[in-house]
Design a protein around this ligand. Structure first.
Ligand code: ADP
Length: 340
């Protein structure tokens, strides 16, 4: 009996739509004594979590005693109405992913431009402190931001988008971001709240990848209309996207849907579709979590090529399959938000 089997047994048990296995902070099997420390997603769930754990493990003979504790210092989830609104912004859409490299920033940029093409006023905020790539993707690298008379940051404008990136504040692209904890949060908070966005219908927020403190703190303190989750169909990406999904659920940020990136490749010679990373896997994940797939974006070398040149693919090649997918996602998303 390995700890993995115990975790597996807790995978099918849910409390408030969260799998117990995903709440485990620490787990140890010492002899036949099992010790589990859970992260408590919400006060008042302690007893239910305990009872469901006992039930799930009662038929495992190797486990004789179970000691359950809850991690201390779990941030309390503030009710949605105490979260701060970003001034001038009607709808804030956070774009998150379980891991890096799945195309989160590419989706953020093209989604923002696609919303713009629908006639909305749109801003894009790059909060990916570990690798701010929006300035490159929009060809505004090296831009400096200025402040207005009220000391508010003035976003840079490109293609009609209002853009702000943490990258604008770094002296050079080789400078690693070494802000930690409070300083980092201060910079990010300033980024959101001390900005003269003007009037925006949508602000797209490109979050850092994963489910660290930055994402959690932002999700808890900023009023978000909802989150869009980007994933590719690979195992590694899908494993992590479950964590991202749970994080948004825990802090009561509605998940607006999933974008499947690099879903397939269209052979330029034959026009045939190849599902390089497997077919139907993101759909399976979305069904299991009751999430809507907003769209599937093909893998296309033009995406990387135009991105490197600082022109989003929806502008450079508006007729391509990729661009059509982005425009479809923007339409679906805006309609879904405005219907709410
Ligand atoms: P993330 O923000 O998740 O780290 P990026 O948006 O920076 O990911 O994308 C990672 C790399 O993959 C970039 O080189 C980007 O150009 C490329 N890429 C993203 N989406 C696609 C796609 N649909 N087809 C081809 N290349 C893509």
């Amino acid at each position: 009996m390995a700890v993995k089997d115990i975790v597996d047994a807790l995978r099918d048990v849910t409390v408030n739509n969260m799998r117990l296995s995903e709440l485990i902070k620490d787990i140890k099997l010492i002899g036949s004594n099992l010790e589990i420390v859970y992260r408590l997603p919400q006060k008042g769930l302690e007893e239910e979590i305990k009872q469901k754990t006992y039930q799930a493990l009662e038929n495992i003979p190797e486990v004789k005693t179970i000691n359950i504790r809850f991690a201390e210092g779990v941030p309390e989830v503030p009710p949605a109405f105490t979260r701060r609104h970003v001034e001038g912004v009607k709808h804030l859409i956070a774009v998150g992913s379980g891991k890096g490299g799945v195309g989160k920033s590419t989706v953020s940029v093209n989604l923002a431009v696609a919303l713009l093409k629908q006639g909305y006023r749109v801003g894009l905020l790059d909060a990916d402190i570990y690798g701010p790539s929006i300035p490159t993707l929009l060809g505004v690298k090296g831009e400096r931001v200025h402040v207005d008379e009220k000391n508010k940051l003035i976003p840079v404008e490109k293609y009609g988008l209002k853009v702000l990136s943490i990258g604008f504040l770094l002296p050079s692209e080789d400078t690693p971001v070494i802000w930690r904890g409070p300083m980092l949060m201060k910079a990010l908070t300033q980024f959101l709240f001390d900005v003269n966005w003007g009037e925006l219908d949508f602000l797209v927020l490109d979050l850092p990848p994963g489910t660290g403190d930055v994402q959690l703190t932002l999700a808890q303190n900023v009023h978000m209309t909802g989150a869009v989750i980007v994933t590719t169909p690979q195992d590694v990406a899908l494993a992590d996207v479950r964590k991202a999904t749970s994080m948004f659920k825990e802090v009561n940020v509605p998940i607006l849907g999933v974008v499947e990136n690099m879903a397939y490749f269209i052979c330029p010679d034959s026009g045939k579709k190849y599902y390089v990373f497997g077919k139907g896997r993101v759909l399976e994940f979305a069904r299991a979590y009751e999430l809507q797939i907003l769209g599937s974006i093909p893998m296309d070398p033009e995406v990387a090529e135009t991105s490197d040149k600082g022109v989003p693919v929806v502008i450079a090649h508006p007729e391509s399959e990729v661009s059509k997918a982005f425009l479809g996602i923007a339409k679906l998303l805006s309609e879904k938000i405005l219907r709410r």
